[in-house]
Design a protein around this ligand. Structure first.
Ligand SMILES: *Cc1c(COP(=O)(O)O)cnc(C)c1O
Length: 348
């Protein structure tokens, strides 16, 4: 097979900003150490680009959700630094962890039994302090299967860290209350937003994800965190519209003047969802190029009035400063990162 021709969709990853974001969060956490949530292919940005950067910045803990995510991360870091958040759901999961030397998070009495049956030894333990997803209830911590575990990190997860909610303090107190119930080496509660809640929330290990990749879940982080992901798409065709011409499915845009437009190789299959239409735009050299009509699977059409010199093959920036992009698109900052599709050519 010959090499594929150059792509018309690329995702530039600012690896310097990624490393700086990790160090900034690690610094904010003071005496606590920062790990890195690298689940979902580093929130869509690519394990092979991001994990080596986070490792070289200093991270020694890498959180994934699924067992299927372990192998890709294990190409870059020692297995004992990989944490599998979903835990051993089947005995095959436990055997796989044992064979690789990866540490699971134990999330229930059943998982504790499965882990003990597989030989036990080092693991992490999630306690539920109110989010009611995975995690052992504080009232179950006395169970012999839990007490038999060799817990490295005792952890819980904040439900409302991106808000000023009384639930934050309530969860923090519950974690404090569980400290003496299970022997453990380290304690952990904070995700990205939790880091910004202050020293009381840091304990020994913090687990940022979103903010490593440029997300700003709380305003305290807005001057600290830098954008990491820069999607760009090429113009495939320039068209001249006459007054009255319509654009896209269902002809929702009608030109009220003669205008030049660009057909761009980006669509909802690439994670650029239809919710961008209406007030969305692409950018070139600081100029805004409004979207016209609906987003198709593989293309969008933009108004080139503000950039008359652009031609086929020129690149346009997708405005992906996450707090702003979230407002324009109505998608969460997490969704904006993780939905970026497979057709982007990622460049570190
Ligand atoms: C995803 C996840 C994190 C990271 O959360 P962010 O909000 O992305 O910083 C931390 N801990 C657990 C248990 C998670 O599932």
């Amino acid at each position: 097979m010959p090499d594929a021709p150059p792509p018309t969709l690329r995702l530039r990853i600012d690896t310097e900003a990624l490393a700086r974001n990790w160090r900034a969060l690690d610094d904010m956490a003071r005496s606590a150490r920062a790990g890195a949530a690298v689940k979902a292919n580093c929130y869509g940005l690519g394990v092979d680009i991001c994990v080596p950067v986070l490792r070289d910045a200093g991270s020694k803990l890498f959180f994934v959700a699924h067992w299927s995510e372990v192998a890709a991360v294990a190409r870059h870091v020692p297995p004992e630094q990989i944490v599998v958040l979903h835990g051993p759901i089947t005995s095959e999961d436990a055997a796989y962890a044992k064979a690789l030397g990866v540490l699971p998070v134990i999330n229930s009495i059943a998982q504790a039994r499965a882990w003990n049956d597989a030989g036990g030894e080092a693991c992490h333990l999630m306690i539920d302090t109110g989010i009611n997803r995975l995690g052992v209830s504080p009232s179950d911590l006395a169970d012999p299967a839990i007490q038999a575990l060799s817990v490295q990190i005792l952890m819980s997860h904040l439900a409302c860290a991106d808000e000023d909610s009384p639930m934050n303090e309530a969860q923090r107190r519950m974690v404090e209350g569980c400290r003496s119930e299970v022997a453990h080496s380290q304690l952990s509660l904070a995700n990205s937003a939790g880091v910004a809640l202050g020293l009381d929330y840091h304990f020994d290990v913090v687990r940022p994800g979103l903010s490593l990749y440029g997300g700003v879940p709380r305003s305290e982080l807005s001057d600290v965190i830098r954008q990491v992901a820069y999607p760009e798409a090429a113009i495939m065709q320039v068209r001249a519209l006459s007054t009255g011409d319509q654009v896209g499915y269902n002809a929702t845009f009608t030109a009220d003047r003669d205008m030049r437009v660009g057909v761009v190789s980006l669509g909802y299959a690439d994670g650029f969802l239809r919710s961008w239409a209406g007030n969305g735009f692409l950018r070139n050299d600081g100029r805004q190029l409004p979207l016209l009509g609906k987003v198709s699977m593989d293309m969008i059409v933009v108004d080139l009035t503000n950039a008359p010199e652009l031609v086929e093959g020129d690149w346009l920036n997708v405005p992906y400063s996450l707090p702003e992009a979230s407002k324009v698109s109505g998608l969460s900052q997490y969704e904006l990162l993780t939905i970026l599709g497979q057709r982007f050519h990622n460049q570190g």
